[in-house]
Write a protein that binds this ligand. Structure first.
Ligand SMILES: [Zn+2]
Length: 162
């Protein structure tokens, strides 16, 4: 949920649509694999640093060298993971589509109008165009272009007869 969205005075149905989309990201565990990898490496490095700090000096020179080598290796891996993850989006477009279509069903199951998310995205699109022009609809790093998502949500609704 972004502050930009909150400023759009969304109705309950629209808000439910947006939140359902986010809930699906959560329950379907749409977490970036890079993100998990980075968290693992950061933890391993942290543990290594603590270990070296405590026991670094009571070990043989070979053991120290081996541990320093291992520490540097982990560090390089982490740098690589950082730069890789900067180049790709937080969620894949397939995950976005799933969050849109399953989110729509979730909102309906919770007793909200089917077109909540679509309507919220239409408001958002209009708002973006007003502020930044048509170019702002080309899609962000994290989500496919708004007009594409709106069109697809419209299709899902028509197909499922909501
Ligand atoms: Zn999303």
């Amino acid at each position: 949920m972004t502050t930009g969205l909150l400023k759009l005075n969304l109705s309950d149905d629209e808000l439910a649509g947006v939140l359902s989309h986010e809930v699906i990201h959560g329950v379907r565990q749409h977490v970036d694999a890079d993100f998990v990898e980075i968290a693992k490496l950061e933890k391993a490095l942290q543990e290594y640093a603590t270990h070296l700090e405590r026991h670094g000096n009571d070990q043989s020179e070979t053991a120290q060298m081996r541990e320093n080598y291992e520490y540097n290796r982990l560090h390089q891996q982490l740098e690589k993971a950082y730069s890789y993850s900067r180049q790709r989006s937080a969620f894949s477009h397939a995950q976005e589509s799933e969050a849109d279509s399953m989110g729509l069903k979730l909102a309906i199951a919770a007793g909200y109008q089917a077109n909540g998310l679509m309507s919220a995205l239409q408001k958002l699109a209009a708002h973006q165009v007003a502020l930044y022009g048509e170019k702002s609809l080309l899609g962000s790093k994290t989500h496919p272009p708004l007009p594409k998502r709106i069109e697809r949500l419209n299709q899902i609704q028509t197909q499922s007869g909501y």
